[in-house]
Each structure stands twice: as structure tokens, then as C-alpha cells.
Design a protein around this ligand. Structure first.
Ligand SMILES: Cc1cc2nc3c(=O)[nH]c(=O)nc-3n(C[C@H](O)[C@H](O)[C@H](O)COP(=O)(O)OP(=O)(O)OC[C@H]3O[C@@H](n4cnc5c(N)ncnc54)[C@H](O)[C@@H]3O)c2cc1C
Length: 417
């Protein structure tokens, strides 16, 4: 019988298995896919932004949901610890802009390969193509798991590392939510975050593929600003995406009704400076069409439709622009509105918000408060963070802590009996 059974061989499951094995347990890792870490392969567009080289308080400031719950896990296994683990496993890392950490090779596959070799060295048994169907419980404790093929695998403790519901083709199909609910845990509804946003306006679709750099994006609800940042965004076939929009999606109310995005296309200029520039440019432009002249300020595709967005005829010559028309242009350049209709669905989200309630998990051990030999780690738990390597670090840290404390709790139990 394995001492510790880990369900799910993604980011959190690999590290949980490693820590349990290094603490002396016999560990069996069950993964439903044909390989470990399928999601890790696609992180950071295949480059894997594996953590963020910041201290604990800076890290917790980037956690959108339940930051305090992660305090002990991050203290137990920090971003620096993860960097050292990979370095010592033959996967050197580099710190890039925003203290984002990547493997030196910029290949996510090297991260998985390094972890898989650690698992081998630590003696973890890995069973691939082994989907777990349910937990087997007796007298309020988990005694093992049942596989889809009907086989029952016994265990003294189980760590659930099955991930969330985003990108289900990587294996995270929400099974752990069901296992948690069946053992009496509260599971908060899954919500997509770090995801593109659909807009009521259809014009963004005509600009599909166009990326805007150095713009300021603001998300607001009524008079309340929920998010505002400078950076890059992208128009898509459904509305908007890109780094700024993904971050904004973390702050989107659920339901999103009434949420408004506004884009400041010229954040470096005040409205007065912009008006003065247009006045000068239009005087020099003479009979040139407005949309042609605007292409010196905006990407050509946006310039083409911009007069229409301001309620002006696109064939208007610059020389005929009135002061109110120019002011309207300035107003829209500084505050281009987009009404959010919905986030894109979960299967397109980088991360799933929601999951097993942190109130039912001990933060110092990752152990269930309801089932004494059941542990949780990773995205399955109701905590998530912004982009920058924080979500993977949550998986590494909670996995490490769950792995280690699952063994400690077994030792404690055998001392007592
Ligand atoms: C496109 C994309 C890019 C991302 N980029 C980054 C990034 O650069 N940096 C960052 O910090 N975060 C990134 N993330 C988020 C990050 O990948 C996840 O937060 C992290 O992988 C969660 O780890 P996990 O172990 O909880 O879940 P997962 O990595 O999803 O692993 C869960 C594992 O459990 C297995 N499993 C599920 N159910 C069962 C079952 N019943 N039986 C057996 N096995 C099962 C699955 O097959 C899977 O292997 C990205 C996510 C996506 C989708």
C-alpha cells in the first residue's frame, strides 16, 4: 500500500509527490494523461513563466483571491526555493522584466523534465493513463481511490491535485471539485479569470488581430474604478484580449453587467495637449481626409473606422473640422468606451477562480478540516493570482506543503496509535 497517493500529475501534483517522497513516504502519483504536466507545457506560451522573484508580501499583493490563506505555503516553499529546486535539477532559470522567472532555455518542457527526473530520483511511482473516478472513504477517512477501470488503489492519505476547469484538453476537467463535494466540502462555483472579454460593440471584431501598445485601460462599474493600467491590448473576433484585458478580467464583477472598459489611446498627452496637436495638424493637413490624417496618430485600421466611432463622417476633410468635432475626437481618443458583455468561457481562461473553500482547508498543512487524511493543492483550491508566474508558484507552494504535511500527519497518527 502506498503511504501517500497523489491524484493529478500537473504542477502541484509533481511537487506534492516529490516532497512526500523526500520526507520518507512511499508515493504513488496517478495521472490521467499519457504524460505529466500537460498544462505546464503550454504555460507562458511554451516558455513557462514558472514563478516571480519577489518576496512574500509582494507576492501576496498579487493574489486576487484569499491571499492570507497562502501565507504558510509561501513561507514553507518560496519562489526562491522553486528556482533552487530547478537549478539543482539541471534546469537553470533566468529572471526577466517584471521579475518573471523562466527556464534559461525558455522551454517549458525543461521544467517538466527536471521535475520528472526529481520524481524518479526520489522513488515516486508514477502511473500514467490512470484517471481516478472517485475517492473511497470509510468512517470519515479516505482509504483509497477507485480508478475509471474499476480498480481500487488503497492509501493512508490522499492529496488531490486535479487543477481547475480551464483548458480542459490538458486534463483539468474539474474532477477534484466533484471528489471534494462528495466528501462534504464546499466548492465555490468556478469562474473564468485571466481571460478575454466579449464586448457589446461589434466594431472590435473588424479590427481582429490588431494590437495596441502603450495604451491605458480602465475597467469601471458606475463611478467605481476597478482596474486601471498602462500596457498592451488586442482586438479579437469576440471583443478584446491581450495582457491588459487578461488582468482586467481578474477584477470583473460576477455577473459583469454594467462593467465598462475605456481605452486612453494617448495616455502620454493630456486632453488639452492632444487638442492643441490636432488643431496644428489639421491646419497643416488642409483638404486631407480626417481618417488619413488620423493614421499619423493611430494604427491605420483603427484610424479608418475612428471617425465613425466619434459620430463623424469618415470622408470629412480636415479643413472642415469644427471645434466641437475636434473636441469630440479628443474625448474619444482619451476615453474610447467598450461595454463588457461577458468573459470568455472557462475553457479559454488561463485560470479558474473558485473551487474548494479555503475555510475547509488548514492553511498551515493544506489538510482538509473535514476529512483528516485528505489534502488539497493547486488551482483546485479557491485562490488565484494575477499574471507574472504567481499561479504556478501557488501550485508549487501548496503542493510542497501538502506533500510534506501529508507525511507528517501519518507519522503523528502512528505515534498516537
Ligand atoms: C494557456 C495557459 C498558460 C499559463 N501560463 C502560466 C504562466 O506562464 N505562469 C503561471 O504562473 N501560470 C500559468 N498558467 C496557470 C497554471 O498553468 C496553472 O495555475 C497551474 O498549472 C495549476 O496547477 P495544478 O497542479 O493545480 O493543475 P494542473 O497543472 O491543471 O494539473 C492537474 C492535473 O491533474 C490531472 N487530473 C485531473 N483529474 C484527474 C483524475 N480524475 N485522475 C487523474 N488525474 C487527473 C490532469 O490531467 C492534470 O495533469 C497558465 C495556464 C494556461 C491555461
Amino acid at each position: 500500500m502506498p503511504d501517500i497517493l497523489v491524484v493529478g500529475g500537473g504542477a502541484s501534483g509533481m511537487v506534492a509527490s516529490l516532497f512526500a517522497a523526500r520526507a520518507g513516504a512511499s508515493v504513488l502519483l496517478l495521472e490521467k494523461n499519457e504524460k505529466l504536466g500537460k498544462k505546464v507545457y503550454i504555460t507562458g506560451k511554451g516558455r513557462c513563466n514558472l514563478t516571480n522573484d519577489c518576496d512574500r508580501d509582494e507576492f501576496l499583493a498579487q493574489v486576487a483571491r484569499n491571499p492570507r490563506f497562502l501565507y504558510s505555503a509561501l513561507s514553507f516553499f518560496s519562489p526562491r526555493d522553486m528556482m533552487s529546486l530547478l537549478e539543482s535539477a539541471g534546469c537553470p532559470v533566468q529572471v526577466q522584466r517584471g521579475r518573471r522567472v523562466f527556464p534559461l532555455s525558455e522551454k517549458a518542457s525543461d521544467v517538466t523534465r527536471a521535475l520528472a527526473s526529481c520524481l524518479r530520483d526520489a522513488g515516486v511511482r508514477v502511473r500514467l493513463n490512470s484517471p481516478v473516478r472517485s475517492l473511497v472513504t470509510e468512517s470519515g477517512r479516505v482509504v483509497g481511490v477507485r480508478l475509471e477501470n474499476g480498480e481500487t488503489v488503497p492509501a493512508q492519505a490522499v492529496i488531490l491535485c486535479t487543477g481547475g476547469l480551464s483548458y480542459p484538453a490538458t486534463g483539468s476537467t474539474g474532477d477534484g471539485y466533484r471528489f471534494a463535494a462528495e466528501t462534504g466540502h464546499t466548492v465555490l462555483p468556478p469562474v473564468p479569470v485571466l481571460v478575454g472579454l466579449e464586448t457589446e460593440e461589434s466594431w472590435p471584431r473588424s479590427l481582429q488581430g490588431l494590437s495596441l501598445r502603450n495604451v491605458a485601460l480602465t475597467l469601471s462599474l458606475g463611478k467605481k474604478t476597478l482596474y486601471s493600467e498602462l500596457g498592451e491590448m488586442l482586438f479579437t473576433h469576440f471583443g478584446v484580449s491581450g495582457p491588459l484585458v487578461l488582468e482586467a478580467s481578474c477584477h470583473l464583477p460576477d455577473p459583469p453587467r454594467g462593467s465598462l472598459l475605456t481605452v486612453d489611446l494617448k495616455p502620454g498627452l493630456s486632453a488639452e495637449q492632444l487638442d492643441a496637436r490636432l488643431l496644428r495638424d489639421f491646419a497643416a493637413a488642409g483638404k486631407k481626409l480626417l481618417r488619413t490624417e488620423l493614421s499619423s496618430l493611430l494604427p491605420a485600421r483603427l484610424a479608418d473606422i475612428f471617425p465613425g466611432l466619434c459620430g463623424l463622417p469618415s470622408s470629412l476633410p480636415c479643413s472642415q473640422m469644427t471645434a466641437p468635432q475636434r473636441q469630440k475626437l479628443v474625448a474619444v481618443l482619451k476615453c474610447l468606451p467598450l461595454t463588457v458583455s461577458a468573459p470568455r468561457p472557462l475553457d479559454e481562461a488561463i485560470v479558474t477562480r473558485g473551487g474548494v473553500s479555503v475555510k475547509e482547508i488548514e492553511p498551515g498543512t493544506m489538510r482538509s478540516r473535514l476529512v483528516p487524511n485528505l489534502f488539497f493543492a493547486g488551482e483546485l483550491i479557491d485562490t488565484d493570482a494575477h499574471t507574472g508566474g504567481y499561479n504556478l508558484q501557488i501550485a508549487w507552494s501548496t503542493g510542497a506543503l501538502a506533500g510534506r504535511s501529508s507525511v507528517d500527519s501519518q507519522c503523528e497518527k502512528s505515534r498516537q496509535s
